[in-house]
Ligand binder design. Structure first.
Ligand code: SF4
Length: 433
């Protein structure tokens, strides 16, 4: 379940059913104002809702005072060990302060920070990390590390509540994906404060993205988690934001920019799809509209599973087809496929709807029919999947079972930014941002 409570970090709502907020962390020395602001802008441009900056030194506080004013997105001050810096970060105007109540110097110092946060109306993120649990939980940690992590988090929540402070979100971080999943599941049953999700030190862009997608994706699919940060070993923080968005887009939790779908290719492929897909992916980065673009390696299956895509291409040896919502737009010479696809996308976005030319569309349909006829007997992966689905449906009918059609638990907080016509076959009306 998404958390019941909501906090407001500089205007970004977290929890209580708000869209899952994407955050990243600057990798610059915060005191280096110019470098930090450059990175914050890159994070914001990539779609980051919030940014976190490390504040380990006095000189970082000076830069922070300017950063919180100039940053296009809210700034969280990341404090470790030093409660004086936490007090100063709040006074500097940080939109939120992240601290681990276990390493800040004892309950009195935590109380001092909380009093300052209350005075300034500043929310906090309180977090526990595997590897830095309080001493009295070390034995439990050896027996059951998940329970120890959750116990530590619950104790911190109790401490905050005793201090009459409820303006916080909670994080449990672990380098272990299974522990991250299990501990956040357990914690979400025990508290109703917003949860920050992340896998600590996830790794490189490749392995870290996969670990994060598995760990965070599993929790988000369960409806657990209100803000996410992907921790990657890269100096380009905006890469973390891009990965976070791909996870949210894959789960249909939020929409931002295009979605590219592409067949895996097989021996029926008749053009250099690797190059084509990469070029399309790169060119799509210039678009903000949440359009779905499909690339099929061949037209043997017709438009098949890509029929719902806003735009798509399918190729053959010398010619290819551009289509939209299952209807051919035009056939074009192979070498013009990508350029013509983008010409069609631009034309439709400009017009606010898909623009079909009757004659070009008819010629495309004829071409497609011919290819389908020529390959009618081919057992392609898509046709096999369709046959299997048909057989499963028939079996379910025979057993009197309904086919699984459970709506996503997250459907209620899905953010839609496209206007859709009432008829699903009518094609979408596009709204240019
Ligand atoms: S048969 Fe399917 S997987 Fe193979 S190239 Fe065609 S569309 Fe792609």
């Amino acid at each position: 379940m998404p958390s019941k409570r909501q906090i407001d970090v500089g205007g970004v709502k977290i929890g209580g059913g708000a869209p899952v907020a994407v955050q990243s962390m600057t990798k610059t020395e915060t005191a280096d104002y110019d470098a930090t602001m450059t990175q914050i802008r890159a994070i914001a441009d990539a779609g980051g809702d919030i940014v976190r900056c490390a504040v380990p030194r006095e000189k970082d506080i000076e830069a922070l005072k300017k950063i919180v004013v100039e940053s296009p997105i809210p700034v969280i001050a990341d404090i470790q060990f030093n409660h004086t810096l936490a007090l100063k970060a709040i006074e500097a105007g940080a939109h939120c302060v992240r601290l681990n109540p276990g390493n800040i110097g004892g309950p009195d110092k935590v109380a001092e920070v909380v009093a300052k946060a209350k005075e300034y109306g500043t929310p906090m993120r309180i977090g526990v990390n595997s590897g830095s649990l309080p001493k009295h939980l070390h034995e439990l940690e050896r027996e059951n590390s998940v329970e120890a992590l959750v116990q530590a988090a619950v104790e911190f929540v109790d401490l905050m509540e005793r201090l009459d402070y409820e303006d916080f979100k909670v994080s449990i971080k672990s380098t272990s994906v299974p522990n991250t999943i299990a501990s956040n599941r357990l914690l979400s049953q025990k508290i109703d404060y917003p949860l920050h999700l992340g896998i600590t030190e996830a790794g490189t862009k490749w392995s870290g993205s996969l670990k994060s997608a598995v760990g965070l994706g599993t929790l988000l699919a369960d409806g657990i988690g209100d803000t996410i940060r992907i921790s990657l070993s890269t100096f380009h923080a905006e890469e973390e934001v891009k990965v976070a968005w791909e996870i949210l887009k894959a789960l249909k939790l939020r929409e931002r920019g295009p979605v590219l779908i592409a067949c895996p290719t097989c021996g029926r492929l008749q053009f250099d799809m690797d190059t084509v897909v990469n070029e399309i992916e790169q060119r799509l980065e210039a678009y903000v509209e949440p359009i779905e673009v499909a690339v099929l390696g061949c037209a043997v299956n017709g438009l098949g599973e890509a029929a719902h895509a806003d735009f798509g291409i399918t190729g053959a040896k010398n010619e290819g087809l551009i289509f939209s919502h299952g209807k051919p737009l035009r056939k074009v010479p192979q070498e013009q496929l990508v350029d013509q696809l983008f010409a069609e996308i631009d034309r439709s976005l400009e017009a606010g709807r898909t623009v079909f030319d009757k004659n070009e569309s008819a010629a495309g349909a004829e071409w497609l029919e011919r290819i389908e006829e020529e390959n009618a007997g081919e057992l392609t992966p898509e046709r096999l999947a369709a046959l299997e689905a048909k057989a499963a449906a028939a079996e379910a009918m025979e057993n009197g079972q309904a086919l699984p059609m459970a709506p996503s638990k997250n459907a209620e907080r899905k953010v839609i930014t496209l206007d859709e016509d009432a008829s699903p076959t009518a094609g979408r009306r596009f709204t240019r941002a």
